[in-house]
Design a protein around this ligand. Structure first.
Ligand code: UDP
Length: 138
C-alpha cells in the first residue's frame, strides 16, 4: 500500500472560487501536499491524461470539460492515501456522495464533479508523473 495519491481540482471548482476551501479540507484531513501546480490543460493533454477512459461514452465530453479552464494538480501524502482520499471526495456522482464529502459540497454533476482522485496506487504514480518531474516534488 502506497502513501501517495494524485488529485486535480477541476475547472468547475476553480471557476467557482472553491480552490481555497477544497485545499483547506484536504490539509485538515491530514494530507501533506508534496507537489502542486495551477495550470490549464490543452485538449491533447486532457485526452492523454484520460486515455484509460477512451472507450467510454463520456470521454469526449470529459476531455472538453477538463481542458475548458484552470485546474490545480497535486501529489498528496497520507497513510493509505488512495483510499483515504476517495473517502474524502465521495462518489463520482455528487447526488450519491456522502454528506460532508468534497463532491457533495462542491460538485454540480457526475461530469463536473469538482475533484479528481486516483483510483489505485499504480494510477497515482502514473498521474503524478504526468504532471510533475522529480525536481518538482520532495
Ligand atoms: N464522468 C462523466 N460521466 C460519467 C462518469 C464519469 O463525465 O458518467 C467523468 C467524471 O468527471 C469522473 C471522470 O469521468 O470523475 C472519471 O470517471 P470515473 O468513473 O473514473 O470516476 P472517478 O474515479 O473520478 O470517481
Amino acid at each position: 500500500m502506497s502513501n501517495t495519491t494524485f488529485t486535480m481540482i477541476k475547472p468547475d471548482a476553480t471557476a467557482k472560487g472553491h480552490t481555497g476551501a477544497i485545499l483547506d479540507q484536504i490539509i485538515k484531513a491530514g494530507f501533506t501536499i508534496k507537489a502542486m501546480k495551477w495550470t490549464k490543460l490543452t485538449k491533447e493533454q486532457a485526452g492523454a491524461f484520460y486515455e484509460v477512459h477512451k472507450e467510454r461514452p463520456f470521454y469526449g465530453e470529459l476531455v472538453d470539460f477538463m481542458s475548458s479552464g484552470q485546474i490545480v494538480a497535486a501529489i498528496l501524502e497520507k497513510e493509505d492515501a488512495v483510499a483515504a482520499f476517495r473517502t474524502l471526495i465521495g462518489a463520482t456522482n455528487p447526488a450519491e456522495a456522502a454528506e460532508g464529502t468534497i463532491r457533495k459540497q462542491f460538485a454540480a454533476s457526475i461530469g463536473e464533479n469538482a475533484v479528481h482522485g486516483s483510483d489505485s496506487d499504480e494510477n497515482a504514480a502514473i498521474e503524478g508523473n504526468f504532471f510533475f518531474s522529480k525536481l518538482e516534488r520532495f
